[in-house]
Design a protein around this ligand. Structure first.
Ligand SMILES: Cc1cc2nc3c(=O)[nH]c(=O)nc-3n(C[C@H](O)[C@H](O)[C@H](O)COP(=O)(O)OP(=O)(O)OC[C@H]3O[C@@H](n4cnc5c(N)ncnc54)[C@H](O)[C@@H]3O)c2cc1C
Length: 291
């Protein structure tokens, strides 16, 4: 049962930040409520004040620029990203990822900012954003801060947000030439969270032969999404073959720190990492060759 709370509905970012600064630990921000309301119903979160930011239209936008890349306001819904024509300019992996996130009803209401701030280790957007080298901006009454998305998730359901701060924007830089990115998740129930999620981005050299740079990001394999840096090293500077991708998968499965839970055992998750890194790596390679 949800405990009583006072509902506050600021009309501007400034008003929202003032309320967050005033009520600090006694309040909780709600955007789409798709994750927060579940926690409140279970009594895991019981704020005295609920600050509803969903109406802040100034944080609901997708802006695309050939030089600067993509800027996504924190209150942009999953569905808006999935359907946005801006994703066709080199960011189609974001639309693909969103298409498999939850049901269309949840995607219509849940926001990318809420998902990233919820910091669920099995969430879909964060591994893809890390693979794309995305950054984000937070805002508080004292000003704004920028950081790589990679540094934002600090622990299980915990982020680098300071009290009184909101996530306001996510930036995705344009990918270098000959870059391909892939993402997949294994889940038993369609529209559900990942048992394991894997994102890989790969940049080839000008001859499209050698891997110049790559990122391998694992979801649901540790308290936060993690990069498999030893596996990345296996690929960097080499001509990518299926044997090399299998080797990267094996190393990634050793680097993962999965737990056993109701969805899968630790061993099963390691097996999934091994298979999915090779599979998504091969997809990223094929896309990089087309780029
Ligand atoms: C049935 C179901 C299936 C789902 N399946 C998936 C799935 O397959 N993959 C997946 O990734 N997710 C899934 N989810 C999770 C969910 O879709 C997202 O986590 C959700 O979209 C979060 O966005 P929201 O706007 O609803 O956030 P809310 O629930 O409103 O907030 C989530 C948290 O973020 C904080 N917050 C929100 N916005 C901000 C902000 N701008 N700045 C600072 N803090 C903020 C809130 O205080 C809260 O702690 C599922 C959820 C449901 C209900």
């Amino acid at each position: 049962m949800i405990r009583d709370f006072e509902y506050l509905s600021p009309k501007t970012l400034e008003q929202a930040l003032t309320l967050l600064d005033k009520y600090r630990d006694e309040c909780k921000v709600i955007a789409g409520g798709q994750s927060l309301l579940v926690l409140m119903r279970h009594g895991l979160v019981a704020p005295q004040y609920l600050v509803d930011i969903k109406g802040l239209t100034e944080l609901n936008y997708i802006k695309s620029d050939a030089k600067a890349g993509l800027r996504i306001g924190a209150l942009t819904t999953h569905r808006a990203i999935e359907l946005s024509p801006a994703m066709k300019n080199g960011f189609s992996i974001l639309a693909e990822m969103e298409h498999r996130l939850a049901s269309v009803q949840t995607r219509n209401w849940g926001t990318i900012g809420g998902n990233v701030c919820h910091a669920e280790p099995a969430g879909d957007p964060t591994p893809v954003l890390i693979a794309l080298k995305a950054t984000l901006t937070t805002a508080g009454l004292k000003g704004k801060r920028n950081m790589p998305v990679e540094n934002f998730c600090v622990d299980f359901f915990e982020t680098a947000l300071q009290p009184g701060e909101l996530l306001v924007e996510i930036q995705v830089p344009p990918a270098p030439p000959h870059t391909g990115t892939g993402y997949t998740k294994f889940n038993i129930i369609e529209c559900d969270q990942a048992t394991v999620g894997v994102a890989v981005s790969m940049t080839l050299d000008s001859g499209k032969e050698t891997c110049k740079d790559c990122r391998i990001v694992l979801g649901a394999c540790a308290p936060t999404p993690i990069r498999s840096k030893r596996a990345e090293e296996v690929l960097r500077g080499k001509k990518i073959t299926s044997d090399l991708l299998k080797e990267a998968g094996q190393i990634a499965s050793q680097e993962a720190e999965p737990i056993s839970d109701i969805s899968a055992s630790e061993e099963y998750r390691r097996e999934l990492v091994q298979v999915l890194v090779a599979r998504v790596g091969s997809q990223a390679l094929a896309r990089a060759k087309q780029g």
